[in-house]
Ligand binder design. Structure first.
Ligand code: LER
Ligand code: MN
Length: 269
C-alpha cells in the first residue's frame, strides 16, 4: 500500500485537508515528506490549470490518487439527489468535467457529498442512480473509476454505511463504481471496521485515513494495524490517503501519519 494526502487550494471551506495552498507548494511538501501521491480536491476544473498540475505531478513523481468533488456540493450546491432536474443536470456536467481532468492526470473520481445530503427515498435513489450511470459510463470510456464514499450521519442522510453503498451499487449497476472507505466515518457508522473491509473486499477502490478524532493516525483510538492487516487480506493494494485536520500543524500531522503507517507496513511486510 502507498500513502497520499488530500490537498486543496486555500479557498476550500472543508477543514479536513492536511494541506491547503497552491499546488506548487502542497506538491513540494508532499514529495518532501515522502508521500507517493496527492489527492486533489477541486470545486470546478475550470478553476485549475490541468497542465500545471500534470507537470508538478511529473516534477515531484507523485500519483494523483483521486480527485475529490465534494466542494461542488459544499460551495455550489450541486447534487445528484436535488429535486430540481436542472441542478442534477449541472451536477452531472460538473462531474464529467472532473472526469476530463482525471483523464489528463491519470486519476479517478471521488463521489461523496455530490450525492447530496437528503435521506434516501425511492425517488432520491432513482434520481441519484441515473446521474451516477451517466457519469460512470462517461468515465468508463476513459478507464476511470468512481469512488463512492459512505459519509457519517451528521454530514449526510444518504449513503452512510458500506452496506448502503453496496445496495446503491445494485441499482446503479456499473462495475467502475467502487467503494471509498474512510476510517473516520467508519469509526462512527460501522459496527466492525475490519468485518466491513472484508465484506467490501475487491470492491474497495480507495481509502481515506484519519484517526477517531480526525487527527493523524496514531492520535486517537483506532487500531490502524488491524485495519491495514484487514485491507491487506482483502487484497487492497492501493493508496491510504490522509484526509485529516492539519493539527497541531500540517507538517507534524503528515510526518506523524507517515511514520505511524510505515511502521505498520514494516510489521506486515
Ligand atoms: C470527504 O472525503 C469526507 O470524508 C467528508 O467528511 C466530507 O464532508
Ligand atoms: Mn473522506
Amino acid at each position: 500500500m502507498k500513502l497520499s494526502t488530500a490537498v486543496s487550494t486555500p479557498d476550500a471551506q472543508f477543514s479536513a485537508f492536511a494541506l491547503k495552498g497552491g499546488f506548487d507548494d502542497t506538491f513540494a511538501m508532499a514529495h518532501g515528506l515522502g508521500l507517493d501521491g496527492v489527492e486533489i480536491h477541486v470545486r470546478d476544473p475550470r478553476d485549475v490549470d490541468a497542465q500545471q498540475i500534470k507537470s508538478l505531478k511529473e516534477k515531484y513523481q507523485l500519483e494523483i490518487t483521486a480527485i475529490g468533488t465534494g466542494r461542488a456540493f459544499g460551495e455550489d450546491g450541486l447534487s445528484f439527489s436535488d429535486s430540481d432536474a436542472g441542478v442534477r443536470k449541472a451536477a452531472v456536467a460538473r462531474i464529467k468535467s472532473h472526469v476530463d481532468l482525471a483523464e489528463i492526470l491519470e486519476s479517478h473520481i471521488i463521489i461523496g457529498l455530490v450525492l447530496g445530503k437528503n435521506p434516501r427515498t425511492p425517488e432520491i435513489e432513482a434520481n441519484a442512480s441515473a446521474c451516477m450511470q451517466q457519469c460512470a459510463d462517461y468515465a468508463a470510456d476513459k478507464s476511470i473509476d468512481l469512488f463512492v464514499e459512505p459519509i457519517n450521519r451528521y454530514e449526510t442522510g444518504f449513503i452512510i454505511t458500506a452496506d448502503d453503498c453496496l445496495s446503491f451499487f445494485e441499482k446503479v449497476d456499473r462495475p467502475n463504481c467502487k467503494v471509498l472507505l474512510d476510517t473516520f466515518h467508519m469509526n462512527i457508522e460501522e459496527a466492525d471496521i475490519c468485518a466491513t473491509i472484508k465484506k467490501v473486499g475487491a470492491r474497495i477502490g480507495h481509502v481515506h485515513v484519519a484517526d477517531s478524532n480526525r487527527w493523524y493516525p496514531g492520535a486517537g483510538h483506532l487500531d490502524f494495524e488491524g485495519i491495514v492487516r484487514a485491507l491487506h487480506s482483502a487484497g487492497y493494494n492501493g493508496f491510504l490517503s490522509a484526509e485529516m485536520f492539519p493539527n497541531p500543524d500540517p507538517e507534524t500531522a503528515l510526518c506523524s501519519m507517515v511514520s505511524h503507517m510505515r511502521a505498520i507496513f514494516g510489521k506486515i511486510g
